[in-house]
Design a protein around this ligand. Sequence first.
Ligand SMILES: Cc1cc2nc3c(=O)[nH]c(=O)nc-3n(C[C@H](O)[C@H](O)[C@H](O)COP(=O)(O)OP(=O)(O)OC[C@H]3O[C@@H](n4cnc5c(N)ncnc54)[C@H](O)[C@@H]3O)c2cc1C
Length: 378
Amino acid sequence: MSVLAASQEHDIAVVGGGLVGAAVAYGLARAGQRVALLDGGDAEVRASRANFALVWVQSKGLGLPQYAHWTVRSSDAWAGFAAQLKEETGLDVAFERPGGFQLALSQAELETRAAQVNRLHNQAAELPYRTEILDRAEIESMLPGLGPDVVGGSFCPIDGHCNSLRLYRALHMAARLHGVRYLPSHRAERIACERGAFRLATTAGDVRAGKVVLAAGNANLHLAPMVGLEAPMRPERGQIMVTERVAPFLRYPVATVRQTDEGTVMIGDSKEEGTSPDGLTMPVNAVMASRAMRMFPVLGRLNLVRMWAGVRVMTADGFPVYDQSETCPGAFVVCCHSGVTLAANHALTLAPMIAAGRLDADLLGPFSARRFHVPKAA
Ligand SMILES: Cc1cc2nc3c(=O)[nH]c(=O)nc-3n(C[C@H](O)[C@H](O)[C@H](O)COP(=O)(O)OP(=O)(O)OC[C@H]3O[C@@H](n4cnc5c(N)ncnc54)[C@H](O)[C@@H]3O)c2cc1C
């Protein structure tokens, strides 16, 4: 038996049991790896429990067209992925891809949106999706009940949404069914690379593994340097409100308003500076509620039943970081915003690469943290 095999308990330790870590762990186990999934405790701050559940394409890829390709790949894989999760766990994650809207409440907003869409599609590299600008009449035929202030908007036919809390549960359930050892309340505090294997000192004792995947969200900032990697993060706060249940009236998700499979309407989500989910900034919620009611006046008659703030996992430039360590071979880092949208890729495409020991060049090229090593202007 090799030194490595004798010293390791698992083939791979995945650090972080949010949507990203759970999707990667599930994919690794499906690829035949023995996986330990290390996580924090019940009270941890998790973007995975606070998100808006869009599987969203429009707007993705400005400044990095490869991100648009990566997103569309996941969007295209999502239906099969949802079916696979249902078959394995019995849970329906309620994925739908009817197309989605971003609505404008003034001519100025519509012009700004049209200019954004133009910039996106006028990049040198062609994007793998189209976003159309529609006028009010065209939108009204698709979204009955539209408020009089809506002047137009953008529509992307491959946008969708799901039930992301059920997705989170399904990923954990499927991972365990494939033999993943879930270790809650095992926060990794130090990671050492020893003779080709990894020793993770956690709050509940040591865990050893042949490889390690850092999928701890914003905490990757501090963990990555322990294994010769980096993950520059810029967390961002966001708030969401939820109404009582109502008969289905919204056939398409809108970027800031969507009706869930359970009948509630989610309104969100703000972008605020801050790294704490504590407390609610009510003036921000007031603006979100007022805009939502101008889009769909019926919302003014509904009670709100929940609201919360969450903290987005966000890298310094907003694009994902997928990287592998050169100084500690076998160590990988994975972090991104849009962990719902990219869940299919993480389980079906990224995890098999990690299981094989190397990220493909077309993933490393655009998404390695080496992109942050640009010379600073004098
Ligand atoms: C308001 C809001 C709206 C959003 N809307 C969308 C959307 O519509 N569509 C979309 O695709 N995405 C959306 N997102 C983003 C999406 O939720 C995230 O990309 C995703 O949840 C990130 O998952 P994660 O696993 O990286 O991070 P998290 O969910 O934050 O999980 C990190 C995990 O790591 C664990 N951890 C941390 N440190 C350690 C350690 N040292 N050792 C072990 N474990 C550790 C934590 O306990 C936690 O479980 C939204 C996010 C927010 C906040």
